[in-house]
Design a protein around this ligand. Structure first.
Ligand SMILES: NC(=O)c1ccc[n+]([C@@H]2O[C@H](COP(=O)([O-])OP(=O)(O)OC[C@H]3O[C@@H](n4cnc5c(N)ncnc54)[C@H](O)[C@@H]3O)[C@@H](O)[C@H]2O)c1
Length: 272
């Protein structure tokens, strides 16, 4: 049974690999013998992650990329192919929210700037589609591969205030299903595409919403989240790893087009 989860020797591209959740994924894959290309717009952060992997005996490269710029992604693809020869796994991890985009006490929904809404849509959905065009083509040509997108609880049920991010992540879930069908029907049944929908993980992108910057205490929203998470805590990045290793390996050989919540039962809880 152990072989079912064997991913050693595969090549993974992880966008947003310098970030909190995806750096953990990059390290976990590398520890299983996967060659990892850590792609991030923050090249310095990607390099920190790749260097750490190499210091621990793994294989990794850091590549600067802007997931919103196709020429930049194609340049990154060329670097990956030159170093590792192929791509087996694509993790579309780059994504996030912006303080100006949610509605709040100081920002009425009616006044949210169009460019803030567009920024969130671009990063989360366009930033998933463009890398899929570039790296998905490599998989289509060889008739094999695995895609993992990063959705969110906000895609299952929109979160109060979080208007653009909820809609953009709903689009990521929808695209995950579309992509699974399209690749299986047009290129190969051996290309699978699924998404993770993390619950609430305390990271850079939501810290300002969940922790009071003056006192360091949980905000009212932070309290609401924990009280609606039956397991009573935030997720830790390592909580995603088991699901990731399942989805990228042959253990999930017939699992295609699903969005898997990793959320401490947040999505199961009616609130009563
Ligand atoms: N933190 C959570 O609770 C949570 C919950 C659900 C989903 N997610 C999703 O998981 C993913 C990772 O989240 P995180 O909390 O680790 O965020 P993070 O901000 O730590 O990481 C995101 C990374 O993406 C990179 N990035 C931003 N714009 C880019 C661009 N244009 N091109 C390339 N890279 C770019 C950033 O430099 C950063 O390293 C995101 O898609 C996020 O929306 C997070």
């Amino acid at each position: 049974m152990a072989d079912l989860f064997d991913v050693s020797g595969k090549v993974a591209v992880v966008t947003g690999g310098g970030g909190v959740l995806c750096s953990e994924m990059a390290r976990a894959l590398a520890s299983r013998g996967v060659k990892v290309a850590v792609l991030d717009i923050n090249e310095g952060q990607a390099k920190v992650v790749a260097d750490e992997i190499k210091a621990n005996g793994g294989e990794a490269i850091a590549v600067a990329v802007d997931v919103l710029n196709k020429a930049s992604i194609e340049g990154a693809r060329d670097v990956v192919l030159e170093h590792f020869g192929t791509v087996d796994i694509l993790i579309n991890g780059a994504g996030g929210n912006k303080p100006e985009a949610p509605a709040s006490d100081t920002m009425s929904f009616f006044d949210i700037p169009a460019d803030a809404i567009q920024w969130v849509f671009n990063l989360n959905i366009i930033g998933t589609i463009l890398p899929t065009q570039v790296f998905g083509k490599v998989m289509a040509e060889k008739g094999e591969g695995v895609g993992i997108n990063m959705s969110s609880m906000a895609a299952f049920k929109p979160l109060t205030r979080t208007v653009a991010y909820s809609a953009a992540k709903a689009a990521v879930s929808n695209f995950t299903q579309w992509m699974a069908v399209h690749f299986a029907q047009n290129y190969s049944p051996n290309i699978r595409v699924n998404a993770l929908a993390p619950g609430f993980f305390l990271t850079n992108q939501n810290y300002y919403l969940l922790v009071d910057k003056e006192t360091g205490e949980p905000t009212q929203r932070g309290h609401q989240i924990i009280s609606h998470t039956p397991m009573g805590r935030y997720g830790e990045p390592r909580d995603l790893i088991g699901t990731l290793l399942w989805l990228v390996s042959d253990a999930a050989s017939f699992v295609n087009g699903v969005v898997v919540p990793v959320d401490g039962a947040f999505s199961a809880y009616s609130g009563v």
